[in-house]
Design a protein around this ligand. Structure first.
Ligand SMILES: [Mg+2]
Length: 395
């Protein structure tokens, strides 16, 4: 079996109601979707981040896999990494391209062998994955009332944890929002907050002290993810555990953070770290360093399925006989914010029960794609490659 065609498209849908976080407001949700064809007719799906302007670059990089046997997942991964790294191309687009194609290759091999991706990767340790609700963005001009209603809704739905945004308002205002949220959800539900890299170290520490009595499970991205010194300072002095790493790519970007214990919890994203292969490697590294591994997620059912499969292989953090979410078992981010593409693209549409989602059991990723949804939301031209691009030989 050989890979003979790759299509990459930018998909975006408008939102009825904009929402915001510390960096900006948005009125749309988008994703880059990759479809990989083989000469046997088996098709694999992958996903990453990007824009209308980047699909051609992603397709061009992925074209290094044209003509290859899709079962050679590791060989293709490292070939793309090597070619782009030495040419100073990594991370950026190559990390996105390799994340998407790695997902699609697992889907193809699974479909071709009749095995779910977790079994392609070595076999599952878990049949379901612990999740927490991500939402609680700023809405309606920073109004608190809809925020509290949303938080109460997650408790009602059975979520055992949720994450809210901070960093767009004054420390005092955001601290009040955290206290009000804690009051609404009660003491039995986990609460995390995410500054999306908006504080300097001193401000982050001041804020952490202000809300330390609210039983916060983690303080996410207090400072810029690539600012080692600031994050390390916060991690050393914060009364709340510090998390980060959603924008970092590959084991090499995580290695120094793990060795230095920059974060108490790392949060690689399967769409940017390098796909299921690499998130699994980084997860094992985190376990070995005794650092928690709670992956980031912000995509559609394609990458959510891939993340469920990869997390099915994640051993509990320390040696023990029981798995306890947040304590020794990884928890996966479960985006609950509006996303018209995610809400319509895949079957199944993933749902949780008591804050857990079942790992798919059908071959491949275990999802069906409604291609009419892709057609409806595709912006601009699809990038199509069917021969390896010579421009990818950087060295
Ligand atoms: Mg985040």
């Amino acid at each position: 079996m050989k890979i003979d065609r790759i299509e990459v498209r930018f998909v975006e849908a408008e939102l009825d109601r904009p929402f915001g976080w510390s960096q900006r407001w948005t009125n749309s949700r988008s994703v880059v979707v990759m479809k990989v064809f083989t000469d046997d007719g088996v098709i694999g799906w992958g996903e990453t981040y990007g824009s209308q302007d980047t699909v051609a670059g992603i397709a061009s990089i992925a074209s290094m896999a044209i003509g290859e046997d899709p079962a050679n997942i590791s060989q293709i991964w490292h070939r793309i990494h090597r070619a782009t790294y030495q040419g100073h191309g990594y991370a950026g687009l190559p990390a996105m391209a390799v994340s998407a194609i790695d997902t699609a290759l697992h889907d193809i091999v699974g479909k071709n062998t009749g095995k779910p991706v977790a079994e392609v990767m070595g076999g599952r340790l878990h049949d379901s994955i612990a999740v927490y609700a991500t939402g609680l963005y700023y809405v309606d001009n920073y109004s608190l009332e809809p925020h509290l209603k949303e938080a109460a809704g997650y408790v009602k739905q059975g979520f055992t944890g949720m994450k809210m945004k901070v960093g767009a308002l004054s420390l005092k205002e955001d601290a009040e929002r955290i206290r009000a949220t804690r009051d609404v959800i009660g003491s039995d539900v986990r609460l995390m907050f995410d500054a999306n890299e908006s504080y300097d170290a001193a401000t982050a520490l001041t804020f952490a002290d202000m809300v330390a009595d609210q039983d916060i499970t983690w303080f996410e991205e207090p400072c810029a993810s690539r600012d080692f010194i600031a994050n390390k300072l916060v991690q050393e002095k914060s009364p709340i555990p510090v998390s980060g790493g959603e924008s970092l790519s590959t084991r090499w970007e995580f290695a120094p953070r793990l060795a230095d214990r920059t974060f108490d919890i790392i949060q690689p994203d399967i769409c940017g770290v390098g796909g299921p292969s690499e998130i699994h490697r980084v997860g094992l590294m985190a376990q070995a360093f005794g650092i928690k591994f709670n992956p980031h997620f912000w995509g559609t059912g394609i990458s959510f399925a891939a993340a469920l499969h990869a997390l099915a292989l994640q051993p509990i953090g320390q040696i023990g006989q029981t798995n306890i979410p947040y304590q020794n078992e990884s928890v996966l981010e479960f985006d609950q914010t509006p996303h018209p593409v995610r809400e319509n693209l895949t079957e199944p549409f993933f749902t949780h029960e008591n804050s857990r989602v079942d790992v798919p059991t059908r071959p491949g990723l275990g999802i069906e794609i409604d291609e009419s949804v892709l057609e409806r939301f595709t912006i601009g031209d699809m990038a199509v490659v069917d021969t390896p691009s010579g421009s990818q030989v950087f060295f």
